[in-house]
Ligand binder design. Structure first.
Ligand SMILES: N[C@@H](CCC(=O)N[C@@H](CS)C(=O)NCC(=O)O)C(=O)O
Length: 89
């Protein structure tokens, strides 16, 4: 939370060689874009703009599914405990 107020991973953290500053970049797509700019010979995302756009849509959708799923599982657990509290010792 201190490093990423969103409380999520991934989070890229490194110390800048020149300034010695600690730098942080959250968000998987932003991190992969940043790394692709630094190391274009070892790309994480496709160089083809259409394929890159499709991959970004997919990653964005996965992020939403992930959050909905966590929320759904939390809700199920809450109801399970609520309706079975008399049987749980
Ligand atoms: N939009 C963010 C989503 C990242 C995300 O959902 N990360 C999950 C793990 S896959 C997370 O850290 N959730 C918080 C938790 O598990 O407490 C990204 O693409 O980086």
């Amino acid at each position: 939370m201190k490093k990423n107020p969103a409380g999520e991973v991934p989070l890229l953290e490194w110390i800048d060689r020149d300034s010695k500053e600690t730098r942080l970049i959250p968000e998987s797509l932003v991190v992969s874009d940043y790394l692709d700019n630094l190391y274009p010979e070892n790309r994480l995302q496709p160089a083809d703009p259409y394929l890159k756009a499709k991959q970004q849509v997919l990653v964005g959708r996965f992020g939403n599914v992930n959050k909905s799923l966590v929320f759904y599982i939390d809700e199920c657990f809450f109801h399970f405990i609520r309706y079975n509290r008399h049987f749980i010792k």
